[in-house]
Design a protein around this ligand. Sequence first.
Ligand code: 1CP
Length: 341
Amino acid sequence: MKDSLFIKAAFSEKTERPPVWMMRQAGRFMPQYWEIKNKYSFLEMCKTPEIAADVTMLPVDLLGIDAAILFSDILVTGEAMGGDLSFTAGVGPKFANPVRTQADVDALETNVGDRLQYVADAIKVIQQRLNGSIPLIGFAGAPFTVMSYLVEGGSSKDFKLAKLMLHNEPEMAHQLLSKIATVTADYLNLQIAAGVNAIQIFDSWAQALSWDDYTEFSHRYIQEIISKLDRKDIPVISFCKGSSVFAPLMAEAKPDVISIDWNVDLLDIKNRLPKGIAVQGNLDPHILYADKKVIKDRIHRLFERMRGEDGFIFNLGHGIMPDIPFDNVKYAVEVIKEFRY
Ligand code: 1CP
C-alpha cells in the first residue's frame, strides 16, 4: 500500500495529483445505499460484515475514489461501553440511557474489545474485496464528540448538557473522557490488527468548544489516543470541525495528516503547521450542490493554490450531505482524477 497515492500524500511524499476520498462517501447520497438500507436497520448493516463490506465498496465501485472508508459509525464505542444505542430515520442516533451522573460514568465498561469484534470481521471481508487495489481507512470518534452523544442522549445543536458537565463537573467529565479515550485507543488498535491501512479520528463537534476547553477536554485525549496507537506504517488523520482554529494545537498530538474545515485558506494553514504534517480538505461540501462549472472551477482553484505542495489529500471540509446529487459527486471525482500537477 505504501505506493498508493493516498498513503504517499498522507506521508507528505510527492504524487502526480492529489488523491481523493470524501467523508461520508459510504452513505445516503447514493441510491444504491438505500437499496441496502431499506432491507436492514443501520446497526444490522454495521454488525453484519458482508453488508458492511457491500456498503464500503459502493463508492469504490461507483466513484473510483482513491481510499475506502470502513462502513460503521463513531457511536459504536459508546454502545460497546454500555450505551443503549438506536438509529431512527429522521431522528438520528439516540442513547436511551444518557450518561449524566457519577453512577452513570462508573457503570461504563472499558474492556470491550469482544463487543467490537464484528468490526474486525468486517475489515477482513473488506480487505478481501479490495484485494490490494486501494487503502482502507478505519476510524473512531474523538472522546469529546462521543461524550456529547452519550451525555445529550443523541444529536444536539448547542451541546448544552455536555458543556455543562465540562464546566460544573470537570472531574466527572475527565473520568468519562478518559474512559472513552481508553476504549478508543484499544478499538483503533483492534482495527489496525485487523488490517486497516490508515486511521481517522473524527472530532466533529470540537468547534463548540473554547480554546481552553478544547485544550483541556478534547486535545489531550486525542493526544493520548494517538500516542497509544500501534502506528507501524499506518498514517493517522486528525479531523475536527474547527480545525481552521485548532490545527496548530492538533499538530502537537503528532498526527500525520490534519483534515481541515472550509473556513480557512488551505495553503495558509498548511504553512502554519510543522513540516511533515500533511493536510486534507477543504472544499465546502455545499459546492457539490452547485452547477458543474462551479464545481470544476472551485476544485481547480483549490488545486492551483496547493500546486507544488507535497502532503495534500483532497476531501471536503466535512461530510457529504445526504441530498447532494450523486452525479455531482461523480463529476467532482472525475475532475480531480484528470488533474495533473
Ligand atoms: O464516511 C463514511 O461514509 C463511513 C461511514 C460513516 C462514518 C465515518 C458513518 C455512517 N458515520 C460516520 C461517522 C459519524 N457518525 C460522525 C463523524 C463524521 C461527521 O462528522 O460527519 C458523526 C458525527 C456520526 C453520528 C451520526 N451517525 C449521525 C449524525 C447525527 C448528528 O448529530 O448530526 C448520523 C445521522 C449517524 C447515522 C449514520 N452513520 C453513517 C450513516 C450512513 C448514517 C445514516 C444512517 C441511515 O441511513 O439512517
